[in-house]
Ligand binder design. Structure first.
Ligand SMILES: Cc1cc2nc3c(=O)[nH]c(=O)nc-3n(C[C@H](O)[C@H](O)[C@H](O)COP(=O)(O)O)c2cc1C
Length: 193
């Protein structure tokens, strides 16, 4: 039976390239019989900044937005976290979405796909790994780091040819995806080009 994998787009700003990279991932997985992919766009989720009076570790956040977010995450078998690097870390939108929930993340497998101009966003990956460790997400340190370059983009900030720009990362992505269907955690695997 195929696994329900949620692809979480971590960036929410206007003109983000995260949306294009998410589409590229969707294309790569379109014919994958082991994974049923559902994209969660945090821009569409539009979660308010978490303001629960009680930490979510002690009591579920009691707002309609939090309950809907919980239902969405609870049904996932695993995650692909797609994150840019913002000031050496993950965007606030992604951290906020993670902070809302606790048990919904626990024991589920995940991989991280980061992107950025410096080392493919590996500082963001490292910060996200710490957060996921704390939430007991089984990421197994499996990640793909996409190194952006100015000449990949046109004047409007869109990829000129995303398939060409990201062609080096297809294999890394497919290898990383094994983490989401494997029964146990694989060895450390970080790919940076
Ligand atoms: C607030 C902000 C901070 C950034 N900081 C970094 C950084 O620390 N390292 C890096 O490699 N790129 C950094 N960048 C460049 C982003 O990685 C790049 O703009 C990327 O496209 C952002 O993802 P997005 O388009 O999906 O928002 C930063 C961009 C923004 C908007």
């Amino acid at each position: 039976m195929s696994k329900n994998i949620k692809l979480v787009i971590g960036s929410t700003r206007q003109n983000r390239v995260g949306k294009s990279i998410a589409s590229w991932i969707e294309d790569k997985l379109a014919n994958n019989s082991t994974i049923t992919l559902e994209t969660i766009d945090l821009k569409e989720e539009n979660l308010p900044i978490m303001d629960s009076p009680i930490p979510p570790a002690y009591a579920a956040v009691d707002t309609e937005a939090a309950k809907a977010w919980s239902r969405k995450i609870r049904t996932a078998d695993g995650f692909i976290f797609l994150t840019p690097e913002y000031n050496r870390s993950i965007p606030a939108s992604l951290k906020n979405a993670l902070d809302y929930l606790v048990t919904e993340w626990k024991d589920k497998p995940a991989i991280i796909v980061s992107y950025g101009y410096i080392d493919g966003g590996k500082n963001a990956t490292s910060h996200l790994q710490d957060v996921l460790d704390w939430l007991k997400v089984r990421h197994g340190k499996v990640s793909v780091a996409i190194k952006l370059q100015q000449d990949m983009f046109n004047e409007a900030g869109a990829f000129v040819d995303i398939d060409l720009s990201l062609s080096n990362y297809s294999e890394d992505l497919m290898e990383a995806l094994k983490q989401l269907t494997a029964d146990k955690e694989p060895e450390l695997s970080v790919a940076i080009h």
